[in-house]
Design a binder for this molecule. Sequence first.
Ligand SMILES: *Cc1c(COP(=O)(O)O)cnc(C)c1O
Length: 471
Amino acid sequence: MTDRVMEPTPDEFDALTAACVAFVRAHIVALDDHPSADMDGASEIAETFRESLPAHGRPLADILQRLELAFAKSFTTNGPGYLAFIPGGGLYASALADYIAAAMNRYTGVIKAAPALSQIEETTVRWLCELMGYPAHARGTLTTGGSLSNLTAITTARIARLPEDFLNGVLYMSEDTHVSVPKAARLAGFPASAVRLIPVDARRRIRLDALESAIAADRSAGRRPFLVCANAGTVATGAIDPLDALAELARAEGLWLHADAAYGGFFRAAEGGAALLRGVERCDSLTLDPHKTLFLPYGTGCVLVRDGDALHRAHETEAAYLRDVAAEGDRINMTDLSPELSRDFRAIRVWLPFVLYGVDAFRTQLTEKLALARVVYERLRADDRFELLDEPQLSIVAFRLRDADDALNAELLRRVNARGRVFLSSTTVDGRYTLRVCVVSYRTHRDRIEDALHALQEEARALGVERPRPR
Ligand SMILES: *Cc1c(COP(=O)(O)O)cnc(C)c1O
């Protein structure tokens, strides 16, 4: 029997599966009352997982018991109160899709191994293209996240636009661009001196005049400007660079225009979203993060390239041992659109919620998130103790206590988070400590936003910050 220990009998199959379902169910049904973070004793629990490789197995019940503690001592990133960094929630339907994908373990890197499953991936990418206003000749691939998408886009642009000896190339982006973009440039082979961080305007959008001067200066120095990365929703404040104007400039200058829309892109599906993100459909490539604004579990990113052939040319391969599974006609194996060969059947995680709920369910959610961010903005603006950095361009509100130093603002954040109903995070804007509320999770609704506002206002009072003239 020992040689069969890894293959459960039908009864064991049921018991193992039921135990995991019960484990997850207990967590999800209690999520509303779960603290928004619980880090008490987290390092002690972490220590118990510093263990040697076990020679023999243990019962699943014991293992789940250990995992329960491990999960408890963490930020509750799937809860309604998680308003830090960029949330998402993690749709349960996607978890089920993952379960099916992993248990069935089909190979989807090449079409011939599972034509219908490969088609599911192609269709899913096509749907994402449609949501972003991309044409039929666009192509894309599902990645593990925005960072890998940015890397794939920059590498594709480099191969499409620069010679093999590319070190003369220069990339431009605003100073508020996510760190994964300069990191992607580095990983794509560019030295730090190839990246220009361009200053932003009062609403934290890239300054076109500064961008134009930087490009001109590089040209006269004999450098080769080749790529602009626009932000379609910065991580600090949700700022959207002037995409239409950048598309004009990129065309005039012969530059590849990439948009990092990891956080912001899917708001194009919200009511009024196409106007907010006008011009995004003109960009040469787009980074999207379904694990943020499509509420999917972590590990789901996407990169779309307007000229699908460019993505293909950058990633196509020929290997003798894969000859039998070469794609036929105008079909392209996913592996020839991506740096990966073997990979999980990621697409089902995106596809299942779309077919189960329909795209309108996502539209409703995204529209609600934009409205909730407005509520936060209006309410804090009406309270003179708070200074708002900008009205929300998407669903992030950045603010600080007026006339208070960084330390007092940090203390406000600490106290609000310690109450356990919501979890916020901070950043630095213009060299000053800034709090932010980011409303994205599909589990976050008005009641939890009221909790956040209540906590902020009460803790500001507790800190002795006076409310000078309530309006
Ligand atoms: C989250 C984010 C990234 C990085 O994406 P990961 O999925 O975390 O790798 C890049 N850019 C922006 C604007 C983001 O919000």
